[in-house]
Design a protein around this ligand. Structure first.
Ligand SMILES: Nc1ncnc2c1ncn2[C@@H]1O[C@H](COP(=O)(O)OP(=O)(O)OP(=O)(O)O)[C@@H](O)[C@H]1O
Ligand SMILES: [Mg+2]
Length: 316
């Protein structure tokens, strides 16, 4: 105050420096707080945006009932809303409960799109998808998704233990059930080699699995929930043919009484199914059993010959 009034003296200046020093900390703290508040406000804005996002996949009737797994696609057309790409151009097929179907086709032919529609990630642009004779739109989302075991094309694992990754989405699983699922996915031998076994941490805090091992954890996760409908989207692409065969063999046991949709590039995976559809550019170009398809000249037959030759070359 003395300084403000113009009374300058050495004593006053010393006092002034002390006052300024006392102010430094509170002013700095004020700066910090302001910046924290600003950052928090920006984050809250984004969180709110996320929380207020409307889900356009809504169920009209919210039917909740046991599902046995009959699937019907009726002239399904689908265009991705964000890119305008017409991924399915009138696809019709049906699979009876407990049957298996393989979808094979070139890249971009619409295979994963069929899986997306079955999990009701999107609704069809026209035509309908029916489960047990009822439109998929009538079921509550939890009924549909709760009955589907989906192995996505892009595996997603958490930085958790292997056991937690397999049990994800189904915390009631016992250790024995987790082990059994891993057995069916031909994974136990790999896991037992890790010092901590099923308690091995994955990701940043633990070990990194190989591509094929990741795919098998993902398969184990899907089958552990014992779903009525099992969808496997190209989930054996990163394993060698020997592992593929042993997984497919144990799969046969799992596939009993379950509707299974096997999406693949490889004839070796597809031939296991009761029925095969060959997709090209969003349309079904051939369908039938493995025997029917190899006996007539077409895409499947030429694919089969190419892949068998490839395998023979690799074996020699
Ligand atoms: N989320 C998406 N948004 C926009 N377009 C998409 C999306 N997913 C796929 N598409 C387009 O739809 C078409 C069919 O894609 P889809 O993923 O079904 O092919 P695919 O048969 O599974 O191929 P791949 O064998 O490579 O997995 C492609 O042309 C693709 O570019
Ligand atoms: Mg795909």
């Amino acid at each position: 105050i003395g300084i403000l009034q113009g009374e300058l003296s050495t004593g006053n200046i010393a006092e002034f420096i002390i006052y300024v020093n006392m102010l430094t900390w509170p002013v700095t703290a004020l700066g910090w707080i302001t910046s924290i508040i600003q950052r928090a406000a920006a984050s809250q804005k984004r969180v709110n945006e996320f929380l207020h996002t409307k889900n356009d996949i809504v169920s009209e009737k919210n039917v909740e009932k046991e599902i046995s797994g009959d699937l019907i696609f009726e002239n399904v057309k689908f265009t991705y809303p964000d890119s305008g790409i017409e991924a399915l151009k009138g696809v019709s097929f049906n699979v009876e409960a407990g049957e298996s179907i393989a979808i094979i086709g070139t890249t971009g032919s619409g295979k994963s799109t069929i899986a997306n529609l079955l999990c009701r990630m999107y609704d069809t642009t026209s035509g309908s998808v029916k489960v047990d004779g009822l439109s998929i739109k009538d079921y509550s989302l939890s009924t549909i998704r709760g009955n589907i075991g989906y192995v996505p094309q892009d595996v997603f694992l958490f930085s958790e233990t292997i056991a937690d990754n397999i049990a994800f989405g189904n915390q009631k699983l016992s250790e024995a059930q987790i082990r059994q699922a891993a057995d069916h996915a031909d994974l136990t031998e790999n896991i037992d080699r890790f010092p901590k076994g099923f308690q091995t941490m994955l990701g940043e805090r633990g070990i990194t699995l190989s591509g094929g091992q990741k795919q098998r954890v993902s398969i184990a996760r899907a089958i552990a929930r014992e779903p009525k409908i099992l969808i496997m989207d190209d989930c054996l692409s990163a394993v060698d043919t020997k592992t593929e065969n042993s997984i497919l063999n144990s799969m046969k046991k799992i596939m009993v009484d379950r509707t299974t949709v096997i999406i693949s590039h490889r004839v070796s995976s597809a031939q296991l199914a009761d029925k095969i559809i060959v997709l090209d550019d969003g349309k079904i170009v051939e369908q039938g059993s493995h025997e029917e398809l190899i006996s007539k000249e077409g895409t499947y037959q030429s694919l089969y010959q190419k892949q068998i030759q490839g395998e023979e070359l690799a074996a020699n």
